[in-house]
Design a protein around this ligand. Structure first.
Ligand code: IPD
Ligand code: CA
Ligand code: CA
Length: 283
């Protein structure tokens, strides 16, 4: 039987539906958050999964499949669902709970991330929902992005020395020599401050709305970053890999820098030159 054809999606209607699904998913997370969390380990003993991740992904995937038959879906916990990837230009990337380690420790910082992307990992629309703050970031490619209705804009800060940065560390950091500790040390001597708060989707969303000047990380996956990439780019910022290219590696999140654009080359210089990169002078 031929694969079902997907008619051109109405992106406005799709975003509205995706936001409604993300909000319902957030309510499921909040119900779980009230209880004592139970978790299992995934790739390493640092990488956790809870009942909340699984139940929320099942809800989101079921709702997206019902609303958008013929599309392909990738969920963090369950892999691929729906139509085969090669049969449709529409690929959903779902992270039901971004910030699982925070959640498991009852730290109130996590999100739901849903993106619709083309087959080359260019996001078409996205929503990231922080249920505890009731903050909904959303956007459509070429049409801008918003936070609770307010247009997202990156900051105009031009100097790394005055920049607030955010990063994350890979789950195999106990054994992986490329565990970001060296980059972190180099930025520590060059930026105003660095945060590490445990939700890549919110890290990118916060760059887009001007709370951070830049984010860098190696290790995330498309479900962590696709929605946030769209927000940063729609807010006037820039996304690349550690060499400054908007490569597949960057779009996958495997090695990503996202910034307000103005400090981007300075961030890339630190990632490529290490301690040989220029340092701000103290005034
Ligand atoms: C993780 C978070 C974290 C980032 C990791 C992600 P999870 O997602 O986004 O900030 O550093 O790379 O895997 O496991 O909480 O869904
Ligand atoms: Ca994640
Ligand atoms: Ca997750």
């Amino acid at each position: 039987m031929p694969a079902p054809q997907t008619p051109n999606l109405d992106l406005d209607a799709a975003l509205e539906k995706a936001e409604a699904i993300a909000r319902e998913a957030g309510a499921i997370l909040c119900q779980h958050y009230e209880r004592v969390p139970e978790f299992n380990h995934k790739s390493t003993s640092l990488d956790l999964v809870t009942a909340a991740d699984k139940e929320t992904e099942a809800f989101i995937v079921g709702a997206l499949q019902a609303a958008f038959p013929g599309t392909h879906l990738v969920g963090e916990e369950g892999g691929g669902y729906g139509a085969p990837a090669g049969s449709t230009p529409y690929h959903w990337y779902v992270d039901p709970l971004d910030g699982t380690v925070n959640f498991a420790h009852r730290i109130p910082f996590f999100s739901v991330s849903i993106a619709l992307s083309d087959a080359d990992l260019n996001p078409l629309l996205g929503v990231v929902y922080d249920p505890l703050r009731d903050e909904a970031f959303k956007g459509i490619r070429g049409r801008g992005a918003t936070l609770n209705g307010r247009r997202l804009r990156v900051t105009k800060e031009p100097s790394l020395g005055s920049a607030m940065l955010v990063t994350g560390f890979p789950y195999d950091r106990w054994t992986n020599p490329n565990n970001n500790a060296d980059h972190f040390a180099h930025f520590l001597r060059r930026a105003q401050a660095i945060r590490c708060v445990g939700s890549a989707a919110l890290d990118l969303s916060y760059v887009a709305c001007g709370r951070y000047e830049a984010y860098w990380e190696s290790g995330p996956n498309p479900w962590d970053v696709q929605a946030g990439i769209l927000f940063v780019e729609e807010a006037g910022g820039r996304v690349s890999d550690y060499r400054g290219a908007r490569s597949l590696q960057a779009r996958r999140g495997h090695q990503i820098v996202a910034s307000n654009g103005h400090v981007h080359d300075q961030v890339v210089a630190v990632l490529t030159l290490g301690d040989d990169a220029p340092r701000p002078t103290e005034s």
